[in-house]
Design a protein around this ligand. Structure first.
Ligand SMILES: [Mg+2]
Length: 171
């Protein structure tokens, strides 16, 4: 029942992802969530750290698409200054946007990873689409109302993951 909700990796932030080992394993592209994965959901622009991370992706030879359930206005405002390709209103956990992102980047689904902060959108959707999934701890603890609802169910899954030994750090 839970297997579709389990990420392949769970890390504290995008900066803890070992890009070189992804590359070594044949990964060529990254599909990342925006809100609370790259920056706080209310922050309009990329931070210097995020800009640096984008540069690292490029250096490593990893293509990137930002896939967000948020509106065109929000996602475009963030992505345009960074010259990043995006899909807005993605309706995650539906598979369609993930598949489209892979197709646009010219990679197979087993050559891409999904990075996100939500189990019920990013991880579930990525797993359903056959992608390698990486869950990160949300950048900020505040959320919009819809996300708040998801978080309640998430806490349940996270407790279960912890019990099963899928989480390797202390809170
Ligand atoms: Mg998010």
């Amino acid at each position: 029942m839970f297997s579709r909700l389990l990420p392949n990796q769970y890390v504290k932030s995008i900066y803890d992802i070992d890009l070189f080992s992804l590359k070594d394993r044949g990964i060529r592209a990254v599909i990342t969530d925006l809100d609370n994965t790259l920056v706080e959901w209310h922050r309009a622009e990329a931070t210097p750290e995020v800009k640096e991370w984008f540069a690292k992706l490029e250096e490593t030879g990893l293509n990137v698409t930002i896939v967000s359930n948020n509106s065109e206005k929000r996602v475009k405002e963030f992505c345009d200054p960074e010259e990043k390709v995006f899909i807005h209103s993605a309706k995650k956990p539906r598979r369609k946007a993930f598949k489209r992102a892979c197709k646009q980047m010219g990679v197979r689904t087993d050559e891409a990873v999904v990075i996100g902060d939500q189990i019920f959108t990013d991880v579930l959707g990525g797993n359903r689409a056959g992608l390698y999934t990486i869950l990160v701890v949300p950048v900020t603890k505040t959320d919009d109302w819809m996300t708040k609802l998801n978080r309640r169910m998430e806490r349940f899954v996270l407790r279960w993951m912890k019990k099963k030994g899928h989480i390797n750090w202390e809170d």
